[in-house]
Design a protein around this ligand. Sequence first.
Ligand SMILES: Cc1cc2nc3c(=O)[nH]c(=O)nc-3n(C[C@H](O)[C@H](O)[C@H](O)COP(=O)(O)OP(=O)(O)OC[C@H]3O[C@@H](n4cnc5c(N)ncnc54)[C@H](O)[C@@H]3O)c2cc1C
Length: 467
Amino acid sequence: MTEYDVIIVGAGPGGSVSAKFCAEAGLKTVFFERGRKPGEKNASGCGLGPRMWREFPEMMKRLTPDVAPNLRMASCVINHYLNKEMEEIAVEMYYPTASVTYEPAKKFITMNCYRSEFDPWISSLAVEAGAELRTSTLIKDLIKDDKGKTIGVQTDTGEKIFGKIIIGADGVISTVAIRSGLNPRWRPDQITLVPQYDFSAPPDIIDKMFGSDGLFRDAADGTWWGVTFPSAYQVIFGDGFHIGLGAWMGQWTSNPINFLNKLISSRPFQRMVKALNAKPREIQTHLLPWTQEPIKTYTDNVMLVGDAGGFPCPLEAEGVFPAMETGKLAAETAIKCIADGDTSKQGLKLYEEKWRKSSTGIEFSTGGETLQRLWKNLFFSVQSEKNNMEWFIPLYHEIRGGHFDWSEPHIIRMRQILETVRSYIPQAMPFFQKYVIPLISDVIEEDLNLLPLFIKLTEGLRPKKKK
Ligand SMILES: Cc1cc2nc3c(=O)[nH]c(=O)nc-3n(C[C@H](O)[C@H](O)[C@H](O)COP(=O)(O)OP(=O)(O)OC[C@H]3O[C@@H](n4cnc5c(N)ncnc54)[C@H](O)[C@@H]3O)c2cc1C
């Protein structure tokens, strides 16, 4: 019988950060990974957001091409808009805007990294701090005392390991969440299914296209918006890229792969594949929690971090940073509660107090729900009864691109554009009332300074009558 202070299930970003901070504080810490090495069981790669550098500066300084050779900076997002016929009707590129205040985020939107490089690196920091990593070990169950409180874990070979605190960092299908009773199962509206293709491409061609002197300077993130498929993301790495799309479990109207195949076989996508000389490498399907509110994340001797707790951002499902931040907060809670000798749910309540105030928690406070409702009913409405992309894509195209026409005098063109925009009002207005106005009122409620600004802006929009 082995006794640890802290047992962590999972060596992804959440588990590794928890293990690092617990071990640094001198707690006897073990973390378990079912894969032969961390990262083996995850999606191919991810875009890492600047909040990771903001909250973990010392750690992130060490994520360099030496440890992650295919790391690629994305300073720009390319947006592709496809119509019903799957023709590309608009392409936009966006670099960070003037209102960005965090200095490094003025230079990059994400740093793109394969999980096969990121997870071994981040878990090595925990090992370096003194945590014990046990790979190829599946945790199958929790051990409970006669009062039903969790006191340890059991592996698939029957080995029992005891600890004062168990941190569930075991991702979307979390044995710790299920067996502790914190989350016996996800509701279909809390979880998405995400199919994804991974492509290889010659690094020199990627550089030519997306390098700092490339045609699309430092663009390494892409989004594909369409009328017939839920919005898709593209992430470019040193020697390839992946493209995926997702939707909530209850929302799919046919096999998710069909939607992705439709995009991949479209002419615009195939043009890009050809230009990059890209070859399909792997097809993957993963689950990802995408909730309006995390689940209950603690009980006696147990805390849940990252995906296990439903922490990915309610808008864009960014999940690596929330896993790391909740991992750190769970570690801080464990350190304090073990020192105080109170690891009961009353003691561990501190964890929820901490994450609610954190950057991750703010995402779920006012606005999280309204943002996700808007997002869900627009870019992901393709499979719903009311497909809002049917009017949104042509409306957006008209507003942004309508003036690129020299076939008429400009004033006539303006009238044509306004007339077309007006024809979409019957569909757009109910949408704005239902989803956009509640969001604007949430934003204003959060920061009342914006109210006078909002009034002033709308005042300026009212036409002034000529005397
Ligand atoms: C297709 C896809 C693309 C994504 N892209 C991005 C992105 O670009 N940027 C971003 O920030 N987020 C992205 N995410 C979300 C992100 O991957 C997750 O939110 C993040 O990995 C959560 O970290 P975690 O540590 O909580 O869990 P995980 O990373 O899932 O780690 C859990 C670990 O626990 C192990 N494990 C599970 N069960 C057991 C067990 N019983 N015993 C032992 N070990 C176990 C697993 O093997 C795994 O290594 C994406 C997700 C998907 C599915």
